[in-house]
Design a protein around this ligand. Structure first.
Ligand code: PXP
Length: 267
């Protein structure tokens, strides 16, 4: 079974577009449970652009499902996480000017800081996951640190998939714009191989392995079918589709695709 964490940040993004009180992300909790989600995921960003402290507190206090809070390694944010005590904290890199989390956390560079955070949060009963690029160096470092989980960044895979299957990415990601379809296909295959090898290495290091970023109904199958992936965290595409399908249907559709893909998982 591959678990589904639903990231509900963008319900709050919509609320912040008007800076009023709806839609309230807290109201999504019952629907997530009803729809068969396995986890609630939120990102408490330093700039509070979507999820606020009040949301995080109410979500941790009232969720029927385990809560995974994505956060930076900023000491003020870690203080809040230590008080909130969610089930898990996923440490991510954060830049104020970015639209979404770009790239994984540099575990080698921030080893000392992460080590202290790991000790502190584990001491509070909070599991720690690291959101990292599918890189051998990063995975080995995460394994040595002894975190509970790594989440592999699937953003590059998702962007390549989009570039191959739509015209959108040619404008959004100019880096791919010169590449013909054959090059895009090769790069996509290579990225998938890298993700497969990374999951394997993570498992060898004794880590639980999750994946996330940019996953949607079209590109999730190949990720589910990687042996050893045990959890996906998906936000934007589910919330986007919920506008047309309703949140419950949008989650159920993702769950269905994941469950059907698991049947074809190869070892
Ligand atoms: N996992 C992590 C660690 C993230 O930072 C994000 C984005 O907040 C996601 C998963 C979900 O990405 P998306 O919204 O593209 O599905």
């Amino acid at each position: 079974m591959v678990k589904l964490g639903v990231n509900i940040d963008h319900i709050a993004t919509l609320r912040e577009a008007r800076q009023i009180n709806e839609p309230d992300p807290v109201m999504a909790l019952g629907i997530l449970k009803e729809a068969g989600a396995d986890q609630v995921t939120i990102h408490l960003r330093e700039d509070r652009r979507h999820i606020h402290d009040r949301d995080a507190r109410l979500i941790v206090e009232t969720s029927f499902l385990p809560v995974n809070i994505e956060c930076s390694i900023n000491p003020e944010i870690i203080d809040i996480i230590a008080q909130l005590k969610p089930h898990r904290a996923t440490l991510v890199p954060e830049r104020r000017e970015e639209v979404t989390t770009e790239g994984g956390l540099d575990v080698v560079k921030y080893r000392k800081e992460i080590e202290e955070i790991l000790k502190r949060l584990n001491g509070e009963g909070v599991e720690v996951s690291l959101f990292i690029d599918p890189s051998r160096e990063q995975i080995l470092e995460a394994g040595e640190l002894g975190v509970q989980m790594i989440e592999l960044h699937t953003g590059r895979y998702a962007n390549l998939h989009l570039a191959l299957n739509s015209n959108l990415n040619r404008t959004h990601h100019p880096i791919f714009s010169d590449w013909d379809r054959e090059r895009l296909k090769r790069e996509l295959e290579q990225e998938l191989r890298l993700l497969r090898d990374s999951v394997l290495l993570g498992k060898e290091m004794g880590l639980a392995v999750a994946a996330g970023h940019g996953l949607n109904y079209q590109n999730v199958r190949e990720i589910v079918q990687i042996p050893g992936v045990e959890e996906l965290n998906i936000g934007h595409s589910i919330i986007a589709n919920s506008i047309f399908l309703g949140l419950k249907n949008a989650i159920e559709k993702m769950k269905r695709i994941i469950d059907e893909s698991v049947k074809f998982q190869t070892d």
